[in-house]
Design a protein around this ligand. Structure first.
Ligand code: PEP
Length: 248
């Protein structure tokens, strides 16, 4: 049985005080959640939000982690630094990091292994661009991202995968529930072939890309979809709470 996980990705939104206000509004709306509820916040918001979600069922996530334990990496944040504030999850390889910050499957792999070694749960993002989908390359692209990005992981069930078609992120265009289900099914099949079938059956795979209060029920009803990684709709507590409460 895979427990659903709904995670908000605030991206570069919300100062620490705005973030605290948001989780304080959110907390009473999600007490009955039957899923893991996570907010992935900007690094500088982590201490304040960590304090604000104590005694709630909201868990904390970061949006990136460096692959080195420590050292001369100006501007970067280590897994140990995140852990000290109770961070449990970390998004790795988001398409915006791949597109704007030179993230590759190799760096995704290094960050993922480091996060796992530190006891963090990586939320590893994969997904194809519009051009790749239109030219029939979706499966090929996903295969490479999975093979190279997840290389060397011993226990797949310690990670979460977010399938995020790049063309659906922040665009208002959602993959249809059938499209998302079929592609996540392909990801699970590939994980079974490259790793182990039992782990593949148990790993949680989210859908991400313009998921919102309106379309979440249909997406979450699909057999292969175990949750959502939510950008825009995670910035307003009423909207995000509706997604968290998709089963009500
Ligand atoms: C995301 O940032 O991972 C995302 C899916 O964004 P949005 O929900 O805004 O498309």
């Amino acid at each position: 049985m895979r427990k659903p996980i709904i995670a908000g990705n605030w991206k570069m939104n919300n100062t620490a005080s705005q973030g605290v206000a948001l989780v304080k509004e959110l907390a009473p709306l999600v007490t009955e959640a039957n899923c893991d509820v996570v907010v992935c916040v900007p690094a500088i918001d982590i201490p304040a939000v960590s304090e604000a979600i104590k005694d709630t069922n909201i868990e904390l996530g970061a949006q990136n982690v460096h692959f080195a334990e420590k050292g001369a990496y100006t501007g970067e944040i280590s897994a140990e630094m995140l852990k000290e504030y109770g961070v449990k999850y970390v998004i790795i390889g988001h398409s915006e990091r791949r597109q704007y910050f030179g993230e590759t499957d190799e760096t995704v792999n290094k960050r993922t292994l480091t996060a796992l070694a530190a006891g963090l749960t990586p939320i590893v993002c994969v997904g194809e661009s519009l051009e790749e989908r239109e030219t029939g390359k979706t499966e090929e692209v996903l295969f490479t991202q999975i093979r190279d990005g997840l290389k060397g992981i011993e226990d797949l069930t310690k990670i979460v995968i977010a399938y995020e078609p790049v063309w659906a992120i922040g665009t208002g265009k959602t993959a249809t529930a059938e499209q998302a289900n079929e592609t996540i099914g392909y990801i699970r099949k590939t994980l079974g072939e490259l790793f182990c079938p039992k782990c593949a059956a148990n790993v949680r795979i989210q859908y991400g890309g313009s998921m919102n209060a309106k379309n979440c029920k249909e997406l979450m009803a699909m057999e292969e979809i175990d949750g959502g990684l939510i950008g825009g709709a995670s910035l307003k507590a009423p909207d995000f709470s509706k997604i968290v409460n998709f089963d009500k």
